[in-house]
Ligand binder design. Structure first.
Ligand code: NAD
Ligand code: DAU
Length: 335
């Protein structure tokens, strides 16, 4: 078992990164965490509020900045790489920042990790495998071929390939996890679940793309954090692990659960123009991580997880309200 002493967390001011940092601070308090984050529109210092600076240090900077990495990376024994441009609808509008951060940024980090002998865990997505038909029971596995459909997914696939190449060519100690759709506190209001909750809280109609029948495989962000910890401490170098929690649910069903939790009728929904190239279904087989690393999801009641998430957004209006109007402008512009 590897016990990291000094972790560099890229993208630690974003949704999943900040939840992971809070998890480490609570469950593994002897581990020091350095967060490196460029604070793009998706990064927020408030996501790390309340954490003790002697345990969690924050550095404002860009992963594409090689000079900065030469200063920041030495002294760490592990990089957990969350930093990315993460939203499909934005990539469809303009993929340039996705190529810079997801591809070049990952490359710059790999070079620094290799130079200073630091282990590298790469956070990736199920979207690298493309999508599955709606009416099938097929699941993606670690051996599924890469087949990304969207500009975002293509850049994440490219980053996975770079990590694999650095392992094979230079012998860098690497692990990769491909996780399904996360939900929970601190998720940006551009994403499906927070967008619908905050629309309803502001008296707007929820919006479903296309038929609303597309399926995502939902997992609570805390289960993702524990899975990452199991991989970085006990995973084997050069390996990929899929992370998911049997959470397949259609967007319509997710919206019904949100409406139920908020005590509103689910029939005032707007069906809007579909996302171009919209992936139909994601579903992952998590057998490898459950059998090899004995990780199991704890948040198995999705309706309850949605209720708790609704409660979080109700209780944290001052966290999301400043970002809501500009986010909706992005969607209005999309039409
Ligand atoms: P997010 O958009 O909420 O956060 C991304 C963070 O990265 C932000 O804090 C942002 O400021 C930072 N960042 C962006 N570009 C940067 C740069 N060039 N240098 C330094 N920091 C930069 O994203 P998220 O939803 O928390 O996703 C985190 C990671 O997990 C991503 O790699 C994403 O591909 C992956 N992932 C996400 C999901 C999901 O459901 N959200 C599922 C599987 C995998
Ligand atoms: O599968 C993992 C991926 O999950 C991550 O790699 C991405 O970073 C993350 O953004 C997420 O991608 P999706 O495109 O699946 O998530 P999003 O929240 O944008 O949309 C979820 C589903 O809801 C998708 O089928 C599109 C649909 N949708 C989305 C929005 C914002 C709507 O119907 N209405 C909406 O308003």
């Amino acid at each position: 078992v590897f016990e990291p002493q000094n972790i560099l967390v890229t993208g630690g001011a974003g949704f999943i990164g900040s939840n992971f940092v809070r998890y480490v601070a609570q469950e593994h308090p002897s581990t020091h965490v350095t967060v490196l984050d460029a604070l793009t529109y998706a990064g927020n210092r408030a996501n790390l509020e309340g954490l003790v600076p002697s345990h969690v240090e924050f550095i404002h900077g860009n992963i594409c900045d090689a000079e900065l990495l030469n200063k920041v990376v030495p002294g760490h024994d592990l990089i957990v790489h969350f930093a990315a441009e993460s939203h499909n609808d934005r990539a469809i509008e303009n993929a340039q920042p996705f190529l810079e951060t997801n591809v070049d940024g990952t490359y710059q980090l790999l070079v620094a990790a290799q130079r200073y002998g630091v282990r590298f865990h790469h956070i990736s997505t199920d979207e690298v495998f493309g999508d599955l038909p709606l009416n099938s029971t097929e699941l993606f596995t670690e051996n599924s071929p890469y087949n990304p459909s969207s500009p975002y997914a293509a850049t994440k696939a490219a980053s996975d390939h770079l990590v694999r190449a650095w392992h094979r060519t230079y012998g860098l100690y690497t692990t990769i996890s491909n996780c399904s759709n996360n939900y929970g506190p601190y998720q940006h209001v551009e994403k499906f679940i927070p967008r619908q909750i905050t629309n309803i809280l502001q008296g707007r109609a929820p919006e479903l793309y296309g038929s609303g029948l597309n399926i995502r495989d939902w997992i609570h962000v805390d289960d993702h954090s524990r899975a990452i910890w199991s991989i970085v401490t006990r995973g084997r170098s050069g390996q990929t692990y899929l992370i998911a929690a049997n959470g397949q649910t259609s967007n319509r069903e997710v919206l019904s659960l949100i409406c139920e939790a908020m005590g509103v009728r689910a029939d005032a929904v707007h069906f809007v123009t579909d996302r171009p190239g919209h992936d139909r279904r994601y579903a992952l087989d998590a057998t490898k991580i459950t059998t090899e690393l004995h990780w199991h999801p704890q948040h198995t009641d999705f309706a309850r997880g949605i209720e708790q998430t609704v409660r979080w957004y109700v209780d944290h209006r001052s966290w999301w309200e400043p970002y809501k109007a500009q986010t909706e402008e992005l969607y209005n512009h999309r039409g």
